[in-house]
Ligand binder design. Structure first.
Ligand code: PLP
Length: 242
């Protein structure tokens, strides 16, 4: 077994253990393997070990890696999880099936526009700002609600709103991290109740350092990079400028 395959198997074991501990059904939490800054060969290694869902932050990097991977492995699924500028939306919609970082109504409209042009349907998650440090996500519940309502009113027929995403604050304080996940879950519950016609089932929360806490708070998808692929080498950044 390769290092990546060993790591993957350990992470999956921990996810199953956390589901059990939280009294949640087995396989209620999906693993998104975050491959940013790691080469296509690492993705392929993970695919060979049975992993099929991947996350990338930057559209340019995704475009340089995934088309070749799709040719060999058509079932691979890619989620864009990083802040997305409107001028990158077309490429994002071409390369990914899910965009998890929808953080404004303007971005949502651009995704609808580009998906319509490409005659595609794209799944989206609404990213909500629940921590202190990070600046990404909708900053107010009202704005988040407005974007969800926009979908509920049928204004984005090429977009399927699947749920919500957040990043916990970067801290060792477990209570703060849990509070951030609990905030996302509460918002999701309110919006599901208000817009029952939408398939808002997903809660994307939890990363390498905090996915067990996220699962305890109801996460349905954890986004794990470092614990699978190892430390990222940011010196390759210049190659993939976004
Ligand atoms: C990089 C990244 C992750 C994975 O982080 P790790 O700590 O390496 O597991 C998860 N979510 C987002 C949005 C990221 O940018």
């Amino acid at each position: 077994m390769t290092q990546i395959q060993e790591n993957l198997s350990r992470v999956l074991d921990s996810i199953r253990a956390a589901e059990k501990k939280a009294g949640r059904p087995e396989h209620s939490v999906k693993l998104l393997a975050v491959s940013k800054f790691h080469p296509a060969e690492s993705v392929v290694e993970a695919v060979r070990a049975g992993q099929c869902a991947f996350g990338e932050n930057r559209v340019q990097e995704a475009v340089s890696k995934f088309p070749a991977i799709y040719e060999e492995f058509p079932n691979v699924e890619l989620h864009i999880i990083g802040t997305l500028q409107t001028n990158k939306v077309r490429k994002a919609v071409q390369v990914a099936s899910v965009i998890e970082s929808v953080d404004s109504l303007k971005l949502l409209c651009e995704i609808e526009k580009q998906a319509a042009k490409l005659d595609k349907t794209v799944s989206v998650f609404f990213e909500y700002h629940t921590g202190e440090e990070s600046k990404s996500g909708f900053l107010s519940f009202e704005e988040l609600r407005e974007a969800v309502q926009f979908c509920a009113e049928g204004n984005a027929p090429h977009v399927v709103p699947r749920g919500f995403m957040t990043m916990a604050p970067f801290t060792d304080d477990k209570a703060l991290i849990r509070a951030s996940f609990a905030t996302l879950r509460d918002c999701a519950e309110r919006l599901r109740a208000e817009f029952p016609s939408l398939p808002l089932t997903e809660l994307s929360m939890g990363m390498s350092g905090d996915f067990e806490l996220a699962i305890a708070e109801g996460s349905t998808e954890v986004r794990v990079g470092t614990a699978i692929f190892g430390e990222r080498n940011y010196s390759v950044e210049a190659k993939h400028e976004n």
